[in-house]
Design a protein around this ligand. Structure first.
Ligand code: S3P
Length: 428
């Protein structure tokens, strides 16, 4: 793995830029938007709710929004495809508007829990008109004409849940407060401020935060620059660590401290990852990362680190398989409700390629032997991150690894195969 590249834009920031642009009167521009299927579904949903969104020939997205509380009644169900983020954030945004919308998604999204988001949104005045048993999609939500501000103590460390409450709180008078016991990614908070909302964040407890949003702001149109997605960078990065002789630079990777758990863990394992240039771009820290092949050792990953690397456990488990010694990853409960049951899907992917791995409660324990046999076929379960992790494992394993379905890679990382090939990876 040799060369210099930039992975596509950050998925979390891309969804948020489209939704906040849609809630703002005037022209918002977004540079470097991730044009993956997940985000394109959010763009379509915002159009269906009355916003105008166009992609210029220059790649810049221009959004003319409707203003807080200004969504139009959509004519058809809003389809979020594979995306929990798009769906949950849009549920929050719709909850503060006097419209009724039906939310649909693919088979994976239709299995995922929505009750966590519906609880606070119902307290704010939204109503679930219809849902599949267990509050799954398809689900019809009636937004509140006069949403009520609440103080919400989040029972799960989820940035999606926090963001849904804050987006609904935009349309409520007075202060909406979210209290989280574990700080989760704060892109919604940063971007709300970038659009002119009044929002204050205070520390709360050992690892938590209290976020207070002043409702009914006049959002001002903004220019958003989307940095490269650290969760996507993780794949070429780990490939470079594992493939002997690699030396790679990944440009402009977002290094928001609430997203860098993987970098911290890999460095503890002995990885050579150097931030060669750091800067601030559009309200987020970014860095060019130089990565060189490294001998890794097993480590213990504390549960408190989970929110800052929640999407990176499958690829960390691959790195751990090539390390020397045991890696124990603690507190992975939330992995069970991602695009797949990622705890089981990751373990099965590793076992099918000769790695010893156990699940004990919410912990995953990988026995690293310095090398991986490979030769297996991984079941991806409609989960992009399992697909890409398995392919990276194959690059460094003794025998190639197959995946049963590559289609879902396009949800978050369009051009993955071409980008990896351009760095020297042998993917057929
Ligand atoms: C995201 C938050 C995380 C993460 C997802 C993106 C976001 O989900 O897994 O890929 O953009 O807010 P949870 O907040 O539910 O853990």
């Amino acid at each position: 793995m040799q060369g210099r590249t930039r992975v596509p834009g950050d998925k979390s920031i891309s969804h948020r830029a489209l939704i906040l642009g849609a809630l703002t009167v005037g022209e918002t521009t977004v540079a470097g938007l991730l044009e993956g299927e997940d985000v394109l579904h959010t763009a379509e949903a915002m159009r269906a709710l009355g916003a105008k969104l166009e992609r210029g020939a220059d790649g810049l997205w221009r959004i003319h929004g409707v203003g807080v509380g200004g969504f139009a009644q959509p004519a058809a169900p809003l389809d979020f495809g594979n995306s929990g983020t798009g769906c949950r954030l849009a549920l929050g945004a719709v909850a503060g508007n006097a419209v009724t919308a039906t939310f649909v998604g693919d088979a994976s999204l239709s299995k995922r829990p929505m009750r966590r988001v519906l609880d606070p949104l119902e307290r704010m005045g939204a109503r679930v008109i219809e849902a599949v048993e267990g509050d799954r999609l398809p689900l019809t939500l009636q937004g509140a004409a006069d949403p009520i501000p609440i103080t919400y103590e989040s029972p799960v460390p989820s940035a999606q849940l926090k963001s849904a409450v804050l987006l609904a709180g935009l349309a409520a008078p007075g202060e909406t407060t979210v209290i989280e016991a574990e700080a989760t990614r704060d892109h919604t908070e940063r971007m709300l401020k970038h659009f002119g909302a009044k929002l204050v964040t205070k520390p709360c407890g050992e690892h938590g935060r209290r976020i207070i949003l002043q409702g009914q702001p006049e959002l001002e149109p903004a220019n958003v620059v989307v940095p490269a997605d650290p969760s996507s960078a993780a794949f070429p990065l780990v490939a470079a660590l594992l493939v002997p002789g690699s030396d790679l630079i990944l440009d402009a990777v977002m290094t928001n401290p609430l997203r860098t758990g993987l970098l911290a863990t890999l460095r503890e394992m002995g990885a050579s990852i150097e931030a060669v240039a750091t800067r601030d771009d559009g309200g987020e820290e970014i860095a060019d990362l130089r990565v060189r092949a490294s001998a890794l050792k097993g480590v213990e990953v504390p549960a408190e680190r989970a929110p800052s690397m929640i999407d990176e456990y499958p690829i960390l488990a691959v790195a751990a398989s090539f390390a020397q010694g045991e890696t124990r990853m603690r507190g992975l409960k939330e992995l069970r409700v991602k695009e797949s049951d990622r705890l089981e899907a990751t373990a099965a992917m590793l076992r099918g390629n000769g790695v010893t791995v156990e699940i004990e409660g919410d912990d995953m324990i990988v026995q690293g032997k310095g090398a991986v046999a490979g030769g297996g076929e991984a079941k991806t379960h409609m989960d992009h991150r399992i697909a890409m992790s398995a392919l990276v494992m194959g690059l460094a394993a003794d025998d190639p690894v197959r995946i049963d379905d590559s289609a879902f890679i396009a949800t978050s990382f369009p051009g993955f195969v071409e980008l990896m090939r351009s760095l020297g990876a042998d993917l057929a």
